[in-house]
Write a protein that binds this ligand. Sequence first.
Ligand SMILES: [Zn+2]
Length: 187
Amino acid sequence: MDRASEIEEAKAVLLRELNKRRTSEGRAPLAKYPEVGCTVCGETRGSGGPLFQSAAPYIRTCQACVLKEFPFTKLRLPPGETIAWFRNNPTFHRTSDYGIVLTGCALYLYSPFWLMFSRWRRIPLAEIRGAAFRDSRLFPALHIRLDGGTAVLRTPPDYADEMEYDRRNLTEAAERVRTSLPIGRNE
Ligand SMILES: [Zn+2]
């Protein structure tokens, strides 16, 4: 099977899943795979806020659909606050997942290691003094420097390729947090 027909087959499977969701929610099924709008719920841009592009160019998710997936189900955003960037790594063999969300106002971190909270931690951008990726063989981590200390999000030990994906997520998170800070704040 060539690349183009592979994509068509993937779209057909995704369309069936999309229509199953729509039907269960009492909405009309779509006749064909959406070329615009969210490819999870089938709604066009505007209803669910910004659209997030996945690695596959034909898969786009609206904010409402992102917030329906673990661990984002537990995230409570203040009204009007929209997600600018997010990452997690939902691999089938993990019992839990981490989450990183950046909005225009705050950074949100969720870690399965934080047994004390088991909830999202909100860090206003105004309280952040710096952000860095710290590599380690078993526990690569995102370090967020605050006035009163450092918030650390570690990702779990895993297969090498999963850990490389986590490292890229943590590296990009540190870069995005740094560029979100006012000029001169970041040392
Ligand atoms: Zn959606």
